[in-house]
Ligand binder design. Structure first.
Ligand SMILES: [Ca+2]
Ligand SMILES: [Ca+2]
Ligand SMILES: [Ca+2]
Ligand SMILES: [Ca+2]
Length: 287
């Protein structure tokens, strides 16, 4: 059995060979997981086939932050700023091989193909969420307060400076509607229906109407129709939302060169990573 395997292996080897040297290339990364490390100035993406001791790695030298905004980015492989490496090793490398700033001396590189022509395309998908307790359609650009932030990641949907999560009340299925006008507080710019917008029932103008209380037995003025003290506040409170990015990476028209040897790949899927970046964004919407 071993002999048959060896025989088939040699055939595969000889097919890949065009100048008489024995070139061992399986170039099989279908089951390998795409991994990444690095950041602006040196993004590294790599796949390791631990069975055949080979790796495919891509370096992108862009100084931009490429993961935090939904976009489709294209990079021309040029051999210096952006390049691909296909390597075979004496034994399988680990992630640290690609992620150390000083390249490790082991395992030994047996063959090193450099891809200095082709296009790397990176599709970045970003999921933005205000975590406000309301299920909102991320396909919809509905923007109730027209502050430029669609409801699905606007933590204050009606722009009254009282966060949605606070305005919903105890039961998200039946959000609170203080003035019973059919519009729940979190979408109502005048929660108590006293004709003074909630954002203006902010006597100390600290961008929080919740702490302006004339009658402690009723509560905050913005929920008390008997109090209609108006203070013009035309600023929005600081907004925050979470963002998580997924990527899909593929290469097209790649030419990998190792001396006289050349491997061409018209279409080379590199794989995807579900959570390549996550963070919190804070912004103050413009009025
Ligand atoms: Ca909005
Ligand atoms: Ca609000
Ligand atoms: Ca209402
Ligand atoms: Ca009021």
């Amino acid at each position: 059995m071993k002999k048959i395997v060896l025989f088939l292996f040699l055939i595969a080897t000889l097919i890949a060979c065009d100048d008489g040297d024995v070139v061992v290339t399986s170039f099989d990364f279908d089951d390998a997981t795409l991994q990444n490390c690095g950041g602006p100035g040196s993004y590294v993406f790599f796949k390791i086939n631990t069975n055949s001791n080979e790796s495919l790695s891509l370096l992108l030298g862009t100084s931009d932050s490429i993961f935090n905004v939904a976009d489709t980015l294209s990079f021309q492989l040029d051999g210096s700023t952006n390049f691909l490496n296909y390597r075979t090793f004496s034994e399988a490398p680990t992630a640290s091989y690609f992620c150390n700033s000083i390249p490790p001396t082991s395992p030994t590189v047996l063959q090193d193909y450099i891809g200095d022509d082709g296009i790397a395309t990176l599709i970045v998908l970003a999921t933005l969420d205000d975590n406000d307790g309301i299920e909102e359609d991320s396909e919809s650009n509905l923007d109730t307060d027209m502050d430029g932030i669609p409801n699905y990641y606007d933590f204050d949907d009606d722009g009254d400076n009282v966060p949605t999560a606070f305005e919903i009340g105890p039961d998200p299925e039946n959000p609170q509607d203080t003035d019973l006008d059919g519009t729940p507080d979190y979408l109502d710019a005048d929660d108590d229906g006293d004709m003074v917008p909630t954002r203006y029932e902010d006597t100390d103008a600290d961008l929080d109407p919740r702490n302006d209380i004339t009658d402690v037995t009723v509560g905050a003025d913005y929920l008390n129709p008997a109090v209609s003290t108006e203070t013009i506040v035309d600023e929005y409170v600081l907004h925050s939302y979470s963002t998580e990015s997924a990527i899909n990476l593929f290469l097209t028209n790649v030419v990998l060169t190792n001396g006289e040897e050349q491997l061409t790949q018209e279409s080379l899927p590199f794989g995807s990573i579900n959570s390549v970046f996550s963070g919190t964004v804070t912004i103050t919407p413009e009025r």
